[in-house]
Design a protein around this ligand. Sequence first.
Ligand code: FMN
Length: 206
Amino acid sequence: MDVFEAMWTTRSMRRLDPDRDVSDEDVRTILEAALRGPTGGNQQPIRWLVIRDAETKRALQKVYLRCWEKGRKPYEEKPGTVAPNVLSSADHLADNLHLAPVIVIACACAGAGAGTSRRRQDASVYPSVQNLLLAARALGLGTTLTTAHLLEEDTVKEILDIPERVTTYALIPVGYPTGRWGEAKRRPLDEVSYHDRWGRLGPSVR
Ligand SMILES: Cc1cc2nc3c(=O)[nH]c(=O)nc-3n(C[C@H](O)[C@H](O)[C@H](O)COP(=O)(O)O)c2cc1C
């Protein structure tokens, strides 16, 4: 699959087949792709935690569900901010997270590669996460970048023995999707890009 097709059709796949396992080789491939992402000063602060153990996944699901119940409230209060199908698929994920064959958590050691800026450290994590999502797509594996667990990050860290100095950035269920691949909805480029000055709308690319 070419990189453009992967980018165009990588979307949150929250309904995963619990009965179709993901091979260790494929997990390795997506992590190898992930760690090719750029990091500030090439300091590579990211550590990947791969979870397959059923009990551990169950413990994570319980926390994730609690977090999602809190996290979805703002969307409930302002109907129309999120498409109803996104909410229902996010609900499905929260109810079934433990059934995902694999859960990957992107972590980073605080300080490493961050220089003085926390934002710089954060920016050293997500390019690799996106690489992982794209590589998974190329292998036919569905993923979702989730962060709901951050509402109870300390509990998640406790379950996984993650030291205090380490931060978690994304919790990514991985598995074969039960639904169809398709293009994600995005605003048109000319609505979100300016030329020469902030706010100057119009085609930014001739
Ligand atoms: C920073 C970030 C946090 C997200 N957190 C969650 C989450 O906690 N749970 C979830 O189901 N989806 C989560 N998502 C997925 C988004 O809801 C999803 O990307 C968005 O609705 C666009 O849909 P698409 O990925 O299918 O294009 C998150 C995405 C990002 C980038």
